[in-house]
Write a protein that binds this ligand. Structure first.
Ligand code: CTP
Ligand code: MG
Length: 412
């Protein structure tokens, strides 16, 4: 057992290192008013991953983190729990109800920690870009100093303003903007919170409580990228930090082309839509020529071959199958390969029937299956001025271009 009085990494008598463990309280019980979304900003996604999940993930992989405790709004506890359940997070030990203010939320979180907790990190769910380096530095300094704040020197000159007029200009060289995490001895911060409650004092961060009660708090450098997601432009900023930090994001283009013969006694199906016409396209599947060209474009962009390879027409299981079902599989293949579809553009060449009236519904079909917004889908129909096989009405041809990118990084 550790008997040292000083706050430092302890060693047992046989010199085997005892790793100090920390509990992490993540405050997620705000309402994100300044973000102006119809949901709490912690559910907003940055490059495909919710803000909250990114914040929790930052702590997951650290050996010294024993358990993570999320503080959530009562009415959001369920959605938070299901988000956590969908992820691969293993260290989330509890979801606790938050309070009216951040301070109350943190207090509730602290109260829910195991009584033998020695160290605690307090972090805002709204800071999803906190790096491993910051967390490790914070832990190291916590063991040395017992109370740590993370921050950055301010870049702007700060003014104290009252009633619309400048009152004073503090010396910028001493000013830091505070971030989270902030890390403390559990008993010390809990006591400070209890004292603040008794005195009915409200503070916007946890270091302030210790400062107010005369404790020394070590300040260490965080990062200018460890921003708090507060207003809409912060989401754009965060995404660009993630993109900028990941050089291997690639944007790729694929091209597809297909032709099917028009024959009597077949349905005409284009982009999953049955079109009333006296002939339809011949083929092993439903012969949806537009979707075939699109699938080839998507597979081409991802370097995954073509539809013939994936869905051979010699295979009976593809007989008369809806091409939209095959498209779903192509979308799944891209997902497995960590590709994201950006936009697609299709051209259908048919002398008849007139396709323009069907385009909106075709786009809707594709948007559902591709899982991208309608505005990222373009479908054009054209004739070939009575020239060639399409002009003579012997068949329909289709061209497609797909633009994809290798999926954005999941972690910072
Ligand atoms: N927070 C909390 N409980 C509260 C208020 C805030 O747990 N009663 C959390 C937020 O979820 C956020 C962090 O404290 O992760 C920092 O607060 P802030 O950025 O102000 O978030 P919100 O209060 O949600 O946003 P806003 O002030 O714009 O409403
Ligand atoms: Mg707030």
């Amino acid at each position: 057992m550790c008997v040292c009085g000083v706050i430092t990494m302890c060693r047992t008598t046989n010199e085997k290192a005892v790793i100090d463990k920390v509990a992490v309280v993540i405050a997620a019980a705000g309402s994100g008013t300044r973000m102006g979304l119809d949901q709490n900003k912690i559910f907003a996604e940055i490059a495909g991953v919710p803000v909250l999940i990114r914040s929790v993930e930052a702590f997951e992989g650290l050996e010294f983190v024993e358990g993570i405790y999320l503080v959530a709004r009562e009415d959001e506890k369920k959605s938070l729990a299901s988000l956590v359940a969908q992820s691969e997070l293993k260290k989330v030990k509890g979801i606790i109800s938050g309070g009216e203010t951040r301070q109350e939320s943190v207090y509730n979180g602290l109260m829910a920690l195991p009584k033998d907790t020695q160290w605690v990190f307090i972090h805002d769910a709204a800071r999803p870009l906190v790096s491993r380096q910051i967390l490790e530095d914070c832990f190291e300094n916590l063991l040395r100093f017992g109370a740590v704040g993370v921050g950055v020197p301010v870049k702007d000159t700060i003014k104290v303003v009252k009633d619309g007029f400048i009152i004073s200009t503090p010396d910028r060289s001493t000013l830091w903007a505070i971030q989270t995490p902030q890390a403390f001895s559990y008993s010390t911060i809990l006591q400070a919170h209890q004292q603040a409650r008794t005195q009915k004092q409200q503070y916007t961060d946890d270091c302030s409580l210790l400062e107010a009660f005369g404790h020394k708090v070590k300040m260490i450098a965080g990062s200018y990228q460890n921003i708090k997601i507060t207003t809409p432009e912060d989401l754009i900023l965060a995404e660009s930090f993630l993109l900028g930090g990941e050089k291997q994001v690639r944007q790729l283009v694929g091209f597809g082309y297909d032709v099917h013969r028009l024959v009597p006694e077949r349905k005409l199906i284009l982009c999953g839509l049955e079109i009333d016409y006296d002939r339809g396209l011949a083929g092993h599947s439903d012969a949806d020529v537009a979707v075939h060209a699109l699938m080839d474009a998507l597979l081409g962009a991802a370097g995954l071959g073509d539809i013939g390879q994936h869905f051979p027409d010699t295979d009976q299981k593809f007989k008369d199958i809806s091409s939209m079902v095959l498209l779903e599989r192509v979308v799944e293949l891209l997902k497995i390969g960590k590709y994201q579809i950006i936009n697609v553009d299709l051209t259908i060449v048919a002398e008849k029937p007139r396709l323009a009236p069907f385009i909106p519904e075709m786009k809707e079909n594709l948007a559902k299956t591709l899982k991208i917004p309608m505005e990222n889908i373009n479908i054009k129909a054209t004739t070939s001025e009575k020239l060639g096989f399409t002009g003579r009405g012997e068949g329909i041809a289709s061209y497609a271009v797909a633009n994809i990118r290798s999926q954005l990084p999941q972690r910072f």
